[in-house]
Design a protein around this ligand. Structure first.
Ligand code: GUN
Ligand code: ZN
Length: 442
């Protein structure tokens, strides 16, 4: 028997080649679709009837009747060391960091703890259909090794980095400007582009990095221009005032990062709630991206992201959970919160746009279009099998949906981890049940 590197999956298919906000032709839906994967990469995606004849006769097709295959979700901002403190109550960001976050992060000096949490975290992500994330580790280099080892074991495309933090935090979580950068460079050499792993230079946020550390982080980002950068900005008004008082020469909180050369392609800024028009113009001009974290912003009472201004100013947008400030690993639950935040700001977020933001929008924000985020030929075959009948209520609601928009809207508002029947990374199942193939049904 021939062993094929080719696999084929039949279901309804949904993916994007452009932002539905600007181009309705960029939304692709094949009611009875076929996804053909060759050696972990997408070979073709389209109508089953058209594509089936291109398959070698003995390729067994996995069939998911009534289900929808989408690209794996992309969560552009999440903290793996905060897994165990999700849903910890506090009156706002700064007390939450002091009371829960910093003590939890201290434990990641122990590599065994770090690996155990990384394994759980990645299993939970893929169970929710997320195949790529931009991930904060802790200040400890061992926490980065543990994370990338766990991600490599699952062959996931992950972006992560060591937190840089040399002031305004407990002594037990503090690096120094020089050591933090030296350790980051060692980790870049070890992990960046090692298999599917990518490195992000990770100053936690301006208040916890000295000017010297910010300066060195900017120099590191220039020395390694294809690495990522991730940080927090303009999340909470107390935090904004604190950042401004620490860097009084800056035009705004965002401008602190700009001055140190930390705004560029592949730079991801979480939250961006309290930006002004000039800040948004800099985001657009430098192709820096927003990681929009609605469950976290609501939970911590940080504020409501301004969709209207961000869209008007062409700011690159992506969607993120921000666990443990965020309250769910599910990008469907995150869409639910994003929708309501948009409504509170007087705008409307169509479901196709929410699915775009959770897939190709994330990939574009990370300059990874063509690699992940959709089903163009040659893309890495990371995908989800969504079940619109996963719960009694979803089944009842989706039975009467008569447009794609309505169906996706029901999934976004009512869906969660239960709606993800299976998840595949580079063509290999990493979560969910194997279904009977067409051939073995008979
Ligand atoms: N700002 C600085 N650190 C953090 C963090 O861990 N979570 C959130 N939500 N905001 C931050
Ligand atoms: Zn965060």
């Amino acid at each position: 028997m021939t062993i094929h590197k080719i696999q084929a999956y039949r279901a309804s298919l949904l993916h994007f080649t452009d932002d539905p906000l600007h181009n309705p032709d960029g939304t692709h839906r094949h009611e009875d679709g076929l996804l053909i994967v060759n050696d972990g990469l997408v070979q073709a995606a389209g109508d089953y009837q058209q594509l089936k004849s291109t398959l070698p006769a003995d390729v067994v097709i996995e069939h998911f009747p009534g289900k929808i295959i989408t690209p794996g979700f992309i969560d552009t901002h999440i903290h793996y060391p905060q897994t165990d403190i999700i849903a910890s109550p506090a009156p706002g960001l700064l007390p939450w960091l002091e009371q829960y976050t910093f003590p939890a992060e201290r434990q990641f000096e122990n590599p065994l703890h770090a690996r155990e949490v990384a394994d759980f975290f990645l299993d939970e992500l893929v169970r929710c259909g997320t195949t790529t994330a931009m991930v904060y580790c802790t200040v400890h280099p061992e926490s980065v090794d543990a994370f990338f080892e766990a991600s490599t074991a699952r062959n996931l495309r992950m972006v992560a980095g060591k937190v840089l933090m040399d002031r305004n935090c407990p002594e037990f979580l503090r690096d120094t400007a020089e050591d933090g950068i030296r350790d980051s460079e060692t980790l870049i050499k070890k992990w960046h582009k090692h298999g599917r792993q990518l490195y992000a230079i990770t100053p936690r946020f301006a208040p916890t990095s000295s000017p010297a550390q910010m300066q060195l982080a900017g120099e590191l980002a220039r020395a390694y221009p294809d690495t990522f950068i991730q940080t927090h900005v303009a999340e909470n008004q107390d935090e904004c005032a604190w950042a401004r008082s620490l860097f009084p020469e800056a035009r705004s909180y965002l401008d602190i990062y700009d001055r140190y050369g930390l705004m560029r392609e592949r730079a991801m800024f979480a939250h961006c709630i309290w930006l002004n028009d000039e800040d948004r113009a800099r985001m657009a001009a430098t192709r820096s991206a927003v990681a929009l974290c609605p469950t976290s912003n609501l939970f911590l009472g940080s504020g409501l992201f301004d969709f209207q201004r961000a869209e008007a100013q062409n700011v690159p947008l992506s969607l993120a959970t921000d666990v443990g400030g965020g309250t769910s690993f599910s990008m469907l639950q995150t869409m639910n919160a994003a929708y309501k935040v948009a409504r509170m700001g007087g705008t409307y977020l169509p479901a196709t746009r929410m699915f775009y933001l959770a897939t190709l929008g994330g990939a574009r924000s990370m300059q990874l279009e063509g690699c992940i985020g959709n089903f163009v030929a040659g893309a890495e075959a990371d995908f989800n099998v969504l079940d619109p009948q996963a719960t009694p209520l979803l089944k009842r609601r989706t039975a009467s949906c008569d447009s794609l928009e309505e169906l996706l809207f029901a999934l976004a508002l009512l869906g969660d981890d239960r709606s993800i029947a299976a998840t595949y990374a580079a063509g290999k199942r990493v979560s969910g049940m194997k279904v009977p193939s067409e051939a073995s049904i008979f």
